[in-house]
Design a protein around this ligand. Structure first.
Ligand SMILES: Cc1cc2nc3c(=O)[nH]c(=O)nc-3n(C[C@H](O)[C@H](O)[C@H](O)COP(=O)(O)OP(=O)(O)OC[C@H]3O[C@@H](n4cnc5c(N)ncnc54)[C@H](O)[C@@H]3O)c2cc1C
Length: 450
């Protein structure tokens, strides 16, 4: 092993365990062994070690799972945080990226070639969990969820072999990799990705309105989506607004311009019937991906305890907003907010299990400091969403820990097929799959146990 094998009781164990989770809300779960892999062969060795010791395997890439999914009780945690290589083949319009690479490094490697990838919104998110879980990144409405850009993967399987999987050689594995999130049964050591033309410019409009306009703004934005080309990413945030000392409902539209769709795509926002009531407005301002990363980083700052959940939903805007009132009316003070992401529909593909989406995505994000306040915030995040459940079209694996609030992250048909494929590739259940309620150590999960 070129990397390090750390066992429970070793001096460096606790540091390695805590480092595996970006969130300040760390899980009370303790792996038996943590392997800090140095390269792909170390990943193979880690899987063989787990097999030899009869231990299950969990995985950490960027460590951004909100619940620290990789940190499980017992077993071997394979920590991939040192696997960050990126290579670009500009002629082929492809890139290979190791799982712990972060969005800004990927963008930087591509920028020199005039290329782009829909990396995650926060600069610190790892590519590994992001892509496998769907991957709703910058310009994803146009370029698709990131998982659909996977051309091939290098993956260590349950039998301890490292294979290069493509749609031709391993169609079932590739289908599963495109969207199964923490339910994937293998360790991806390298993603081979399609990459795209860099936007000609990126232009942004942001309107912040007083909270009393909340439902009017949200309903209007829901209907406006049809007038915006997919090159415009469009969302609202309700609650905490970085840079303003009052809570607002803020609309943000970001145009990733192409020769066909320029900044004029943002013009309809200026026709909002409540436009003159904006507390702050940025109109058609040119920006950069670096600046977008900086803005996103300020929305979910590091060092707080974070709980996040989300539901894909659609229906008449009024019905949706009435159902969502328990979430929207009770946003905790401080840095918490609700994301109202307007998505629409991206064409699903038969070679991908990714299958949960809707016109809008409603996602409460709670951020706080005091551990005593865990339950109150988690009750808001998971408990209040129950009021919208009847309109749910599923969840995003990236945001939801199915152990805290169960919902389907794939269509029922794809969820069933995934389990059949798992049975073939990982018959003994070496890899941990979706977390069960009994494994969750959140105050919310504990409070609901009999
Ligand atoms: C501040 C913040 C902002 C975010 N913004 C976005 C966003 O804009 N869009 C979006 O879609 N999501 C977003 N997310 C969610 C994020 O994409 C997921 O939490 C994702 O799992 C993080 O990937 P990671 O590699 O950093 O996580 P990790 O915690 O390292 O991994 C989570 C799980 O994914 C699986 N996994 C990870 N790597 C591998 C691998 N190489 N092989 C096999 N399985 C693997 C494992 O089950 C692992 O336990 C955000 C999260 C945070 C904390």
């Amino acid at each position: 092993m070129r990397g390090t094998v750390i066992r429970r009781g070793d001096a460096s164990y606790e540091e390695a365990r805590l480092d595996a989770v970006w969130n300040a809300r760390k899980p009370d779960r303790f792996p038996d062994v943590i392997v800090l892999a140095e390269d792909e062969q170390d990943v193979v060795r880690a899987v063989r070690l787990a097999r030899a010791e009869g231990l299950p395997v969990s995985i950490r890439s960027g460590g951004h799972s909100w619940v620290g999914n990789g940190v499980r009780d017992g077993g071997v945690l394979v920590d991939l945080s040192r696997l960050r290589e990126i290579t670009v083949d500009a002629g082929a319009r492809t890139a290979t990226v190791q799982p712990a690479a972060k969005g800004p490094a990927v963008q930087e490697a591509l920028a020199g070639h005039g290329l782009f990838f829909p990396t995650g919104h926060a600069p610190t998110v790892g590519i590994g969990g992001f892509i496998l879980g769907g991957g709703y990144g910058w310009n994803s409405r146009h370029l698709g969820p990131a998982c659909l850009s996977i051309r091939a993967i290098d993956v260590v399987l349950a039998d301890g072999t490292l294979v290069h999987a493509t749609d031709e050689t391993h169609p079932d594995l590739m289908w599963a990799a495109r969207g199964s999130g923490p339910g994937f049964f293998g360790i991806v050591t390298r993603f081979h990705l399609d990459v795209y033309d860099r936007p000609t410019t990126i232009v942004r409009t942001v309107h912040s309105y007083p909270l009393d306009l909340r439902d009017e703004v949200l309903a209007w934005s829901y209907d406006l989506l049809d007038q915006l080309p997919t090159t415009v990413e469009f969302s609202a945030k309700i609650g905490f607004t970085p840079g303003l000392d009052t809570r607002t409902v803020s609309l943000t539209a970001t145009a990733f311009c192409t020769p066909e769709h320029g900044p004029e795509a943002l013009a309809p926002l200026e026709q909002a019937p409540f436009r003159d009531r904006a507390l702050r407005a940025v109109v058609g301002q040119e920006t950069t991906i670096e600046e977008l990363y900086d803005i996103a980083d300020r929305l979910n700052p590091e060092g707080l305890r974070w709980a996040v959940d989300g539901i894909w939903a659609e229906g008449p805007a009024e019905e949706l907003l009435t159902a969502a009132a328990p979430v929207l009316d009770t946003i905790p003070d401080g840095t918490s907010f609700v994301l109202w992401m307007l998505w629409g529909h991206y064409p699903p593909r038969p070679n991908a299990c990714w299958s949960a989406q809707a016109r809008a995505y409603l996602s409460p994000n709670a951020g706080w400091h005091d551990p005593e306040a865990d339950l109150a915030h988690e009750n808001w995040v998971h408990g209040s969403l129950a009021a919208v459940q009847h309109l749910s079209k599923g969840l995003q694996f990236s945001d939801n820990n199915v152990a805290d609030r169960f919902d389907l992250g794939l269509s029922a048909e794809n969820a069933e097929r995934l389990e059949k494929i798992r049975g073939v590739h990982d018959p003994d259940g070496l890899f941990r799959t979706y977390m069960a309620p009994a494994e969750s150590t959140t105050a919310y999960a504990v409070s609901r146990r009999p």
